[in-house]
Ligand binder design. Sequence first.
Ligand code: GDP
Length: 447
Amino acid sequence: MAFDSLSEKLQNVFRNLRSKGRLTEDDVKAALKEVKMALLEADVNFKVVKQFTKSVQERAIGQDVMNGLNPGQMVIKIVNEEMVKLMGSETTELAFRPGKELTVIMMVGLQGAGKTTTTAKIAGKLKLKGKKTLLAACDVYRPAAIEQLQINGEKQGVEVFTMGDKNKPVNIAKAAVEHARKNEFNVLIIDTAGRLHVDEDMMAELEEIKEQVDVFQTVLVVDAMTGQDAVNVAGTFDEKIGIDGVILTKLDGDTRGGAALSIRAVTGKPILYVGMGEKLSDLEQFYPDRMASRILGMGDVLSMIEKAQENIDEEKAKELEQKMRKNEFDFDMYLESMSQMRKMGGFSSLLGMLPGMGLGNGKMPDIDTDEAEKSLARTEAIIHSMTKKERTNPSLLNPSRKQRIAKGAGVDISEVNRLVKQFEQMKKMMKKMPGMMGGKRGKRGMF
Ligand code: GDP
């Protein structure tokens, strides 16, 4: 699978970080050294790696840890954000001319990169968007390229314009534009001829098409498995003919991921789509954020971080922490901590997000989350049935009050007793551990 080896290495680095309660500056530096090695082995451009680790380090050192996260998770959060930035942050879409005007897209790239296949894949996507699309077969050099486009075009239900392999590509392109205009097509995609290596003839031919045909988008197709070569090819094409975006093919077979991580940073051109297989449906829109979490193999942890960010009310959490430190813990606070947990998606979603517990790993914990959720709901009902005084002063809870509360919450009195007992135990535990909530450290900084 894509990025397997890179993901595995990064996950090991992060596992070590997360197992530490606190992090020193040296911990972070050592971890980033390993991240650097992993990225270089993944064939990420060395200048990109250098800049990347520098940015992460600068941000990680001296940064406060957000409530709801531990220092290790905080480092993962920063690495993730920098990785998203590296890949361009926003999703870039193919651009089209306004209204019914014909948009001409020219596909370029080396032979074998997947140009012809990708042309047909895009045609399918555009058809779904309701765009009437014509494909033009201008690869007159690679044997069977024309026939391949015809077969794939037919599979996609899209018309293919051909003039055999005896005409000059630029003439075929011009005739295709004419045909497209006459028949009110919205989009024309030109499949051009590649060569085994970057060569002058190919570039001259592409330049000629670009000059004589009103090309709106020039899209480069590169093979992700060629790593840094793909990045160099992208640089050369952009310099010679100018490209608007890149499609990275064969990402399904690329265990390293170097091209995906470097192309944007090196060439400044966005990745538009990624090819994830040979089938015509295997083309995905490129989302830098999803790609980063795929690379980090930490989708679960990252969504937990996101939720913590969105939902934890920092002020309330601080207040709770203060009260716990002063050992003023009461049932109102118990209720508050439960509601914070609810905001984070409840018990089952929290469990599902913990690494090794998510469904994605095929393992589910031995806990009946349904039952746990129900029990949480009953606990809330019990506390809601208490008076304000009872909540702040649980010692008031005599048998007759407990009976009344049980009735109000619709539970057996034994459940009320159990809750009160658990509450007392929790309070005792907190008394024994004054540093538990970070009290000894004062400011919850990373170092
Ligand atoms: P062209 O010379 O650039 O037109 O390349 P082709 O479209 O003929 O593709 C070359 C080979 O790569 C074919 O066998 C395709 O099936 C294969 N291919 C293209 N895209 C992908 C992809 O995203 N994943 C995989 N696994 N194979 C692909």
